[in-house]
Design a protein. Structure first.
Length: 298
């Protein structure tokens, strides 16, 4: 990542972008929860050690317990004095120093879990950048080894071992009508005051040479539990318990019932968050805030 000159996020404050990767297995999700170890908690604790004050991060996507990330993005705001002080007299760029020192602090905070969270990059953010609201889309992956697939014990922590054979063609048939701007209340746990309308840009299933089914799902944003709910429903179609039109019918009906089962979290990985070109970051953030604050249509 290039290191542009720091720019103000608000008056007298500099915004810093962090790119993060983590093994979600030992954590109770991204978001802070009292009495639980979370990714946000350990990163903020590590930043507080460096800045000597409490820190609050804004994140692109709050992953659930057990969910991993290769391409998570967050931001924080610092004063110009704090930014310059990160170097602590060393002749290095503050961004490089922040990455190195934050990874060191994470190692101390994590202890036996050292390496479970890694700062991939740290840099001044372009003007108007917001890790959450400026994002154009998020992309997740999910791995499934069904009954006919040889199981690799070395991949068990990131692969769903499914007991039955799955028909990938039927799963793709079921997925296609869900693409586009839709209300996904049937495949989400709604949050008070938030909309469940999202634009699903990609949802497909592909069986690789090793027999593992790779799920690719991309949207402008995701509701709580949305990817796991979609995957759980697709498994019913793949097993032929439901027809390929079943997921679309549920989408239109907005129904959540006993058949609304969440797939396991451990194969789910946040792979990438994509942002517009720098001149359009603020415009995108403003538009997204307006949309996400709207209630779901009845």
């Amino acid at each position: 990542m290039d290191n542009p000159a720091p720019v103000p996020a608000t008056r007298g404050v500099l915004r810093v972008r962090l790119d993060l990767a983590y093994d979600g297995g030992p954590f109770s999700g991204w978001a802070i929860q009292p009495g639980r170890r979370t990714v946000q908690g350990v990163v903020e604790e590590s930043l507080a050690m460096l800045l000597r004050r409490p820190v609050r991060l804004t994140v692109a996507g709050r992953t659930d317990a057990g969910v991993h990330a290769r391409g998570q993005v967050a931001h924080l705001d610092v004063t110009p004095q704090e930014w310059d002080g990160i170097r602590r007299g060393h002749d290095v760029e503050p961004a490089d120093s922040l990455k190195r020192r934050l990874n060191g602090a994470l190692g101390r905070v994590l202890g036996d879990l050292h390496g479970a969270v890694e700062v991939v990059a740290a840099a001044p953010a372009p003007e108007g950048f917001d890790a959450r609201f400026s994002a154009l889309w998020r992309r997740y992956s999910y791995r499934i080894a069904d009954a006919s697939t040889r199981r690799d014990p070395l991949q068990r922590a990131v692969t769903l071992w499914h007991r039955h054979d799955l028909d990938v063609d039927l799963m793709n048939q079921a997925a296609r009508p869900l693409l586009g701007l839709q209300d996904f209340r049937a495949f989400a746990k709604p949050r008070v005051g938030s909309t469940t309308v999202r634009t699903l840009q990609r949802l497909d299933y592909d069986r690789g040479p090793d027999g593992v089914i790779n799920v690719n799902v991309q949207a402008d944003a995701f509701c709580h539990n949305m990817v796991r709910a979609l995957t759980g429903a697709a498994l019913r179609v793949g097993e032929r318990h439901e027809g390929p039109d079943w997921m679309h019918r549920r989408l239109l009906a907005g129904v959540r019932d006993a058949k609304s089962v969440l797939a396991a979290p451990h194969p789910l990985v946040l792979e990438e968050v994509h942002y517009p070109d720098d001149p359009f970051l603020l415009q995108r953030a403003t538009l997204t805030r307006a949309r996400r604050g709207s209630p779901a249509p009845l």
